[in-house]
Design a protein around this ligand. Structure first.
Ligand SMILES: C[S@@+](CC[C@H](N)C(=O)[O-])C[C@H]1O[C@@H](n2cnc3c(N)ncnc32)[C@H](O)[C@@H]1O
Length: 313
């Protein structure tokens, strides 16, 4: 399984999920199934509903988890978690794990088009059934929209210049491949420099997030996951860039605070009560040893929150 994707912060996640016999858990981002496998091995008397929108991941995890009938694989975006669980008559769960972003396999498989150093058509879809591809964004979106994507999802300082360079390149011929796009980025950031490598990373990350609507998906799914939790149930989020980590921090903070009335207002009129306790004031990171063994774990940040007892699910 390790060649497909090495699970990040595996033991830490298992410890903090507080698995208990009879419990029901959700792996929102199955991938190759590394975290799910460790969950059922640590506590076989649980039920796991595991989501991925990538058919390839579902097939790979199906092989890795074939001996575990307590795991149900669901090919769907995690924003549909609530309805998918309702269809299966699951009203509440004891824990949810999000391990966000793409798997190593998705990045490494050239034809998926996620990687700027592997020649492929500009695809970047996690769900091959979806119609929007990165090629469509690069070749059809306006200069303004492209600049917005690079700035908002890649935090790219030269977003406007990148968008302008794309418009210029595509006026001659459509930009069809990853390497063609990488060349356009280099035309702005310089060839072969460290800055250029980082710029390619930021532009490709931004496009990937836009193609898969990653932030909107997660912003919709995290409050749903919290709603599904039973009292003392936990939600764990492993993120790999500041945009996702910020969303997690803000949603946790809002749900832990409850009342949203202005500070100067003495009597609460919103009626909102805290529903979460934040377990990690600061995100947890992978150990130095893991970071040396698995480069992907270097950017990982794990945030954990626990449902308060007030909820009667
Ligand atoms: C980092 S990998 C998970 C790896 C997994 N924890 C393991 O150990 O093998 C993230 C996975 O989540 C999936 N994914 C990302 N966004 C998703 C979404 N909105 N809905 C469902 N799956 C998603 C990707 O297709 C990918 O397979």
């Amino acid at each position: 399984m390790n060649t497909y994707h090495t699970p990040v912060m595996l033991q830490t996640c298992i410890e903090h999920l507080n698995l208990r016999p009879g419990g029901v858990y959700v792996d929102a981002t199955l991938g190759a199934g590394g975290h799910t496998l460790a969950m059922v091995q640590a506590c076989p008397e649980i039920k796991v509903y595991a989501f991925d929108r990538d058919a390839d991941a579902i097939a790979e995890a199906g092989k890795n988890l074939k001996d575990y009938p307590q795991v149900q694989l669901i090919q769907a975006p995690f924003s549909k978690m609530r309805t998918q669980l309702a269809l299966r008559k699951v009203p509440s769960v004891d824990g949810v794990l999000f391990d966000l972003g793409v798997s190593s396999h998705q990045l490494d498989k050239a034809e998926r088009g996620f990687s700027f150093d592997k020649d492929a058509s500009l695809d970047m879809r996690m769900d091959g059934g979806q119609s929007l591809t990165a090629a469509e964004i690069v070749n059809d979106y306006s200069e303004q929209d492209l600049a917005h994507i690079f700035k908002a999802y890649g935090e790219e300082k030269q977003a406007k210049r990148m968008a302008k360079a794309i418009l210029k390149a595509r006026s001659k011929a459509p930009i069809g491949s990853t390497l063609e796009l990488a060349k356009v980025v280099e035309s702005v950031a310089g060839v072969g420099s460290r800055d250029s490598l980082k710029a390619k990373m930021r532009v490709f990350q931004a496009l990937r997030i836009a193609v898969n609507e990653e932030l909107a998906e997660f912003e919709a799914a995290l409050p749903d996951a919290v709603n599904l939790l039973k009292p003392a149930g936990r939600v764990l989020v492993l993120s790999y860039h500041s945009l996702e980590d910020r969303i997690t921090k803000n949603i946790f903070r809002t749900l832990a605070k409850g009342c949203i009335c202005p500070v100067e207002q003495i009597i609460c009129t919103c009626g909102l009560k805290p529903v979460l306790k934040v377990i990690t004031a600061r995100p947890l990171c992978a150990s130095e040893e893991e970071q040396n063994q698995n480069t992907r774990s270097r950017s990982a940040k794990l945030r954990i929150a626990e449902k308060l007892m007030g909820d009667t699910k």
